[in-house]
Unconditional design. Structure first.
Length: 166
């Protein structure tokens, strides 16, 4: 009876297409100079070597986690996929210097919404690498992960991943 009153609950999509969260060159995770990412210990995905210090939402969803140092953000897509965007390598040691968040935990986001801006030159100077892994951290709970065949991407434009739920 309540369903009739309040309408049908919106059904979660089975497949979500994630767009590039950064502008730059797409790399395989195996090319990331950090074994945690290159050996897929946290999950599968791709990496982007950025040319601009701006991260946008790759999917419609909700911010699950914003690290206090603003170097990484976790997003839950509408199909349940949990996406971690980790800006650069060993950037946690920068303690947030040069990073600015435009969202907070619990924020609802749409594709292309600005998440974090950062000083790319400062990251080049202070971190091990600017390469940014984009990881599906709950891949075991998801279905197929298709990596699109793209090399150069613009934030919020090209699709880079197709993530299906089981």
């Amino acid at each position: 009876m309540l369903k009739k009153l309040f309408g049908k609950k919106e059904e979660a999509p089975k497949t979500v297409n994630a767009v590039a969260p950064l502008t730059g060159n797409v790399k395989s995770l195996e090319e990331v100079p950090d074994p945690v990412f290159s050996q897929k210990m946290m999950g599968d995905g791709i990496a982007i070597d950025p040319t601009i210090g701006k991260v946008v939402s790759p999917v419609d969803g909700e911010i699950m986690q914003l690290f206090p140092t603003k170097h990484a953000v976790g997003i839950k897509a509408k199909n349940g996929a949990e996406i971690l965007i980790h800006i650069g390598l060993e950037t946690v040691s920068m303690n947030g210097e040069g990073f600015e968040a435009h969202i907070s935990e619990g924020s609802k986001v749409s594709i292309g919404d600005p998440l974090i801006t950062y000083d790319l030159e400062l990251v080049k100077e202070k971190a091990k690498s600017t390469i940014t892994p984009i990881i599906i951290t709950n891949g075991d709970d998801m279905g197929d992960l298709v990596k699109k065949d793209v090399t150069s991407v613009t934030a919020g434009q090209e699709e880079v991943l197709e993530i299906s739920s089981k």
